[in-house]
Design a protein around this ligand. Structure first.
Ligand code: MN
Length: 257
């Protein structure tokens, strides 16, 4: 099995090292990741600047390829230029910080996996629900075991798995839930500060408004100490409205002056 590993925290982050190490137990692993942190880069791709690939060494040992682009760039280039073939699986992470609910939209971690799904490669995004993770080993083991399950069963075309692991001791984990994307959103705060020249500037912070408490929702599951696995898709069509709008009979819009 061939697995391409990427992330959004950057190639030197501890999460990607834990992930790659665990996956090397079951597969040939190639790491292609941003050379600098790209958290909240979403699904951006680089079109106005040249992309460069450099070899990244960890303790004098070759670890992977660093790209001066986004997570989505890394997966596209990783498959097309660095591997030169389609891997069996792409795994992204392990991210510092949860990617539940609306965070899925902003997340570079999820976008790397979503880019793989667009390229018809099964993929998994893995995050731990804290920005100060001390130990990624449990999440890495979940990633490894889920990779084996996906390799065995496959995924529907265009589908990826978004995994969130609570940042608690392994002995406190309640279990695993297959979940839906939650409704929790951010109460954004643009904190106003003043620079040394007396000019105002703003720095984004905020609080996640917990709106999911049920364990069949991603944010609710991790709050209740479950590992959350959400199948998601890049098809953004709202099928309910698609069906409803057929009855709107909008043909007249074309002719009305
Ligand atoms: Mn990140």
């Amino acid at each position: 099995m061939n697995i391409l590993v990427s992330n959004d925290d950057g190639i030197d982050s501890p999460g990607i090292y834990s992930l790659a190490s665990a996956l090397k137990e079951i597969a040939e692993v190639t790491v292609v990741a941003p050379h600098q942190e790209q958290s909240a880069a979403g699904h951006a791709i680089t079109m106005q600047l040249p992309l460069r690939v450099t070899k990244y060494y960890r303790d004098k040992e070759f670890f992977g390829y660093a790209v001066n682009g986004t997570p989505a760039d890394c997966v596209k280039m990783g498959i097309r230029n660095i591997l030169g073939f389609y891997p069996d699986l792409v795994v992204s992470g392990i991210n510092n910080g949860s990617n539940t609910a609306i965070n899925i939209i902003y997340s570079g971690t999820v976008s790397a996996a979503r880019e793989a799904a667009i390229m018809d490669v099964p993929s998994i995004a893995v995050s731990v629900t804290s920005h100060n993770v001390k130990d990624f080993s449990f999440a890495a083991r979940i990633a490894k075991n889920l990779s084996l399950a996906v390799a065995e069963r496959g995924l529907m075309k265009g589908t990826l798995l978004n995994v969130n692991v609570p940042n608690i001791p392994e002995s406190e984990i309640a279990g695993i839930r297959i979940t839906k994307q939650g409704k929790s959103r951010w109460d954004d705060i643009y904190e106003k500060r003043t620079d040394p020249f007396g000019r105002d500037y703003y720095w984004l912070t905020g609080n996640l408004k917990q709106e999911d408490n049920e364990t069949d929702m991603d944010q609710g599951a991790v709050k209740n100490k479950f590992v959350s696995i959400t199948p998601i898709h890049f098809d953004l069509t709202d099928y309910e409205t698609y069906n409803l709008m057929k009855d709107w009979n909008l043909e007249h819009l074309v002719n009305e002056k």
